[in-house]
Design a protein around this ligand. Structure first.
Ligand code: GRF
Length: 192
């Protein structure tokens, strides 16, 4: 078995990134994390990745003439790491069609809702405002439409009396950290 080479895109704390790094330490895991790229130089996740001995890079979109140039440069970085699979883990930029098509079928994202419910931002507050009785998270393929790609795995959690967006988010995050490594395992295995 050749382990698939994975690049992770982040913008912030990187807890899902950390879950993927931890899972990939198992000798029988079918993927290895070879690089972490952030669009924010101050993303705390970059420090965590570097401490794990993983290559890191940051690119600020504002320094580029256009989104296409920014995303072409991201692709160059990912290609320099010889990446087979791209995992979005709290990457807070909407990606353009060229970038998405470049990695289509090999780029996945974790989203904190039971898609197709609550695409976009503030999913926990919106679920609470609707009086939802359950909520959760989805790992899905990335396609040009925001949060619209085919789901790979979902996990459900109950919404409990007195929940706030923060308490609900924390309950969902535990499940994110469980299903994201599992979904990456499935994808990496299917690409063998
Ligand atoms: C997670 O809730 C994830 O579902 C969403 O952004 C958040 C990122 O958190 N896409 P972290 O950086 O992985 O801790």
């Amino acid at each position: 078995m050749s382990r698939k080479r994975v690049g992770i895109l982040i913008s912030g704390r990187g807890s899902n990134m950390s879950a993927l790094i931890a899972a990939a330490k198992a000798p029988d895991y079918p993927a290895e994390i070879v690089g972490v790229l952030s669009n924010r130089a101050a993303a705390p996740g970059l420090v965590i990745a570097a401490a794990e001995g993983i290559a890191t890079a940051s690119l600020a979109q504002s320094k580029f003439f256009s989104r296409d140039m920014f995303e072409d440069t991201m692709t160059l970085v990912l290609e320099s790491w010889e990446v087979d699979i791209v995992c979005l883990a709290g990457f807070m930029r909407i990606l353009g069609e060229d970038f998405v098509h470049r990695w289509e079928g090999r780029m996945i994202n974790i989203h904190p809702s039971l898609l197709p419910l609550y695409k976009g931002l503030d999913t926990h507050a919106r679920a609470l405002a609707d009086g939802a009785s359950e909520h959760g998270c989805t790992v899905h393929f990335v396609t040009p439409g925001l949060d619209e790609g085919e789901p790979i795995l979902q996990a459900r959690v109950p919404v409990l009396p007195g929940d706030t967006p923060e308490s609900l988010s924390a309950r969902v995050l535990i499940e994110e950290h469980r299903i994201y490594p599992e979904a990456l395992r499935l994808l990496a295995t299917s690409l063998q």
